[in-house]
Write a protein that binds this ligand. Structure first.
Ligand code: NAD
Length: 303
C-alpha cells in the first residue's frame, strides 16, 4: 500500500494496525534486479562481478555471515573468492593481500569480515581497501562522500533501509527522521543519508536524556541500538513509520529487534519485523554495491 494512502487512513486517537514491511520480498526483488545487471555486464563486457571476502579467525558467527554473503553473491551470478586466515595471522600478510586485491582488475569488491583479532587496528585494515572496491562503504573516502552526498558506496545496512522506504513509496523529504543509535556502521551513515534526502534529522544515543521526547516527534523512526524492548508504543507518534534495525537474541533463543513490535504496530503506519525486515536487505545491498563497482570499472576501463 502506498504511504500517502496509508496516512489518509489515520484517524486521531484511534489505534491502527501497521503495514508490515516485508524485507524478504523487497530483498528478492533487488536480487532479481541484480541478476539482470550481472547478465548485462556479461553480455556487454564479458565480465562477471567478483567479491573477495577476507575472514580472519574462527568465530562461528563470522563464518556463518561470510558463508551467507558468498552464497547470496553466487546465487545472483557473482563470483566470490574467500581468503581465510588463522586468528594469529600477521597483520602484514593481510595488508599485502588487500594491496594485491586492490590491483587485481578481476576483483570488484573487497570485504573484510568484522570483528578482527586484537593484533589488527580495524581502521588500518579498512582504509587499506581501495575506496573504489570498498563495497561495505567503510573507507574514510566513502564516509566523507556521504557527508557531501557524493559517495561511491553507501554502507549496506542503512542503504538497505533507504531501499525499503523507496520500495514502500515512503516520502523522506521534509519528514522528521529520528535515528536511535549513532554507530559508524548504522546510525551515523543512516542520519547522513536521510539528510541527503532532505529529511530533518535527529540522532539519539545511549547518553540521550529522555529518549521519548525525541522519538515521539518522528515521522520516520529508525532504531539501531541493540537493546530489546527499547521503543515502546507510548514513545511513537500515531502514524509513524518505524524501522527496526536491531537484532538481539533473548536468553530463550528468540531473535527480536529493539522495538516492541506488538505494541508499536497498533500505532505505527508501517513497521519492519525482526527477523525479516532490514536484515535480508543488508546482504542484498552488498551484492548491489559489488555489481555497481564492476559497472563503474567497465565505464572507466572498457575492454
Ligand atoms: P553499536 O553497539 O555499535 O551501537 C549502538 C548505538 O546505540 C550506540 O550509538 C549507542 O549509543 C546507542 N544506544 C545503546 N543503548 C541505547 C539506549 N538505551 N538508548 C539510545 N541509544 C542507545 O551497534 P550497531 O553495530 O550500530 O548495531 C545496532 C543494532 O543493529 C544491533 O542490534 C545490531 O545487531 C543490529 N544490526 C543489524 C544489522 C542488520 O543487517 N539488520 C546490521 C548491523 C547491525
Amino acid at each position: 500500500m502506498a504511504a500517502a494512502a496509508r496516512l489518509l487512513e489515520l484517524r486521531p486517537g484511534r489505534d491502527m494496525t501497521a503495514v508490515v514491511i516485508d524485507g524478504k520480498t523487497v530483498s528478492q526483488k533487488i536480487r532479481a534486479e541484480c541478476r539482470g545487471r550481472v547478465k548485462g555486464l556479461q553480455e556487454t563486457h564479458g565480465v562477471t562481478p567478483c567479491l573477495a571476502v577476507i575472514l580472519i579467525g574462527d568465530s562461528h558467527a563470522s563464518q556463518v555471515y561470510v558463508r551467507n554473503k558468498m552464497r547470496a553473491a553466487e546465487d545472483v551470478g557473482l563470483l566470490s573468492r574467500p581468503f581465510i586466515f588463522d586468528r594469529d595471522v600477521p597483520v602484514a600478510i593481510v595488508l599485502d593481500l588487500i594491496d594485491r586485491l586492490n590491483q587485481d582488475p578481476d576483483v570488484h569488491g573487497i570485504l573484510v569480515q568484522l570483528p578482527l583479532p586484537p593484533q589488527f587496528n580495524i581502521y588500518t585494515v579498512l582504509h587499506r581497501i581501495s575506496p573504489a572496491k570498498d563495497v561495505d562503504g567503510f573507507h574514510l573516502y566513502n564516509v566523507g562522500g556521504l557527508v557531501v552526498g557524493d559517495t561511491i558506496f553507501s554502507p549496506c545496512t542503512p542503504f538497505g533501509v533507504m531501499k525499503l522506504l523507496e520500495h514502500q513509496g515512503i516520502e523522506i523529504a521534509g519528514q522528521n527522521v529520528v535515528v536511535v543509535g549513532a554507530s559508524n556502521i548504522v546510525g551515523k551513515p543512516m542520519a547522513l543519508m536521510m539528510m541527503q534526502q532532505d529529511a530533518t534529522v535527529t540522532i539519539c544515543h545511549a547518553r540521550t536524556r529522555d529518549l521519548a521526547q525525541f522519538t515521539i516527534l518522528a515521522d520516520i523512526l529508525i532504531v539501531a541500538a541493540g537493546v530489546p524492548g527499547l521503543i515502546l508504543k507510548q514513545m511513537v507518534r500515531r502514524g509513524a513509520v518505524v524501522i527496526d534495525v536491531g537484532i538481539n537474541r533473548l536468553p530463550s533463543g528468540k531473535i527480536v529487534g529493539d522495538v516492541d513490535f506488538e505494541g508499536v504496530s497498533e500505532k505505527a503506519s508501517f513497521i519492519t519485523p525482526v527477523p525479516g525486515g532490514v536484515g535480508p536487505m543488508t546482504v542484498s545491498m552488498l551484492i548491489w554495491n559489488t555489481i555497481t563497482s564492476a559497472e563503474r570499472h567497465m565505464t572507466m576501463h572498457p575492454v
